[in-house]
Design a protein around this ligand. Structure first.
Ligand SMILES: C[S@@+](CC[C@H](N)C(=O)[O-])C[C@H]1O[C@@H](n2cnc3c(N)ncnc32)[C@H](O)[C@@H]1O
Length: 382
């Protein structure tokens, strides 16, 4: 049956808006194409002119539509027919569903009188300066091999996680993967949807069951504490899983995550597409706290220079490590990039490390014993 899962969808991040392409025109035999458009609240959109008729169904929030000079607010459930060749501007947000025919092009007026044509109904944005194409989800069954070798418990981060768990004797670890950061001196149940990830858990690790955060197979208040380490951005949506953590835990819920606003400059400069790939999925610490409720504490977690857990930021003083495909294979953001983008970024990093360009701009990072960047613990106490 041609059900298109959001794991198959691709996200195009155009300045200001996110297009998730569920039915791109490139699919064989497609007579229609369809995508979800998310416009942040408060954004003033760019005027543009579609070359094909499109139908827009408002899903959420309020969009202000200006069509051939006439403005109106559109609300969830309302439908707008946009004729080919009309002048369209979409302001505000957040979400609409758009259906059109393949071959749609969109002419957008850009700065300096340039016109950008976004073609083939979002299956192809020809100019990578204005768009990155990323897939929405990472399939850990396909991409999780080799994770355990690169993504291991860092004892300094672990100490903070365990302190946040307080006196809890029973703990559920959700999105547990290969078992990093699980305490060995308390009763732990791991919940992890990927069999490939579960198979990499070391001998003697806590039992792991096949389950997803959004629907935990546990009763209300059945454990003392819940933990979720570098996983909430994979949940669909994060808020559903976070509410589940709060439901099943009598005591603290401890979430290890990244505040993308606080990433160091070199990451934006050299692995910017990875940052962009995570951005639509990664909830802010404020959103995590709001979904968990209770008394919220957000702690900065400094990353040690020799950090053992191989997430991208861990290599702030050893960027050469990112040239190793085995290291990158355990970092999910690379898996969501369009073909060729990873190679382009790695080539540039290799060149700039070899000729000293990286070091002249960011070399000061190498001598920092730890880096207080984007890693955060969000702790909710009931
Ligand atoms: C980056 S890994 C983190 C694993 C582990 N917590 C760690 O710190 O190494 C993300 C994990 O989230 C899991 N995951 C993906 N979607 C999930 C969902 N809906 N519910 C629970 N876990 C999920 C993946 O299978 C993967 O094991």
């Amino acid at each position: 049956m041609p059900i298109i899962l959001n794991t198959d969808a691709f996200v195009h991040l155009v300045p200001g808006s996110t297009f998730t392409s569920y039915v791109p025109a490139s699919r064989d035999g497609a007579q229609l194409c369809a995508w979800q458009l998310i416009v942040p609240a408060g954004l003033r959109g760019a005027a543009h002119s579609p070359t094909r008729e499109e139908v827009m169904l408002i899903l959420d929030g309020e969009l202000r539509i200006t069509l051939d000079g006439v403005s109106a607010a559109a609300h969830p459930g309302e439908v707008i027919l946009v004729p080919a060749g009309s002048q369209l501007r979409v302001d505000g947000g957040p979400a609409a569903w758009v259906t059109a025919t393949p071959g749609l092009g969109v002419r957008v007026a850009m700065a300096q009188d340039r016109a950008l044509v976004l073609s083939t109904a979002l299956s192809l944005f020809p100019d990578p300066r204005y768009s990155v194409r990323v897939s929405l989800r990472v399939d850990y069954e396909a991409a999780g091999g080799g994770y355990a070798g690169q993504r291991r418990t860092d004892p300094r981060i672990e100490a903070r996680v365990h302190r946040a768990l307080g006196s809890a004797r029973t703990v559920v670890n959700v999105g547990a993967g290969t078992g990093s950061y699980e305490p060995s001196d308390r009763w732990v149940l791991a919940v992890e949807p990927s069999a490939l990830m579960r198979s990499q858990r070391p001998p003697g690790a806590a039992p792991a069951i096949n389950g997803r955060a959004e629907r935990l197979p546990l009763d209300d208040g059945s454990v003392d504490a819940a933990m979720a380490m570098i996983t909430v951005h994979h949940w669909e949506p994060p808020s559903a899983g976070l509410r589940e953590l709060r439901r099943v835990a009598r005591g603290p819920v401890v979430v290890l995550t990244f505040d993308l606003e606080a990433l160091p400059a070199w990451q934006h400069e050299y692995v910017g597409e990875c940052v962009a790939a995570d951005a639509p999925l990664m909830p802010s610490t404020g959103e995590i706290g709001a979904a968990l409720g209770g008394r919220i504490r957000v702690e900065h977690v400094p990353v040690p220079r020799d950090c053992i857990d191989g997430f991208i930021e861990a290599y702030y003083a050893r960027p050469e490590a990112l040239l190793d495909p085995v290291v990158r294979a355990s970092q999910s953001a690379w898996r969501r990039l369009a073909p060729g983008v990873e190679e382009r970024m790695v080539d540039r990093l290799a060149r700039d490390l070899a000729d000293g360009t990286w070091d002249s701009a960011h070399g000061g990072m190498r001598s920092l014993p730890e880096y207080d960047g984007a890693l955060r613990l969000v702790i909710s106490e009931p």
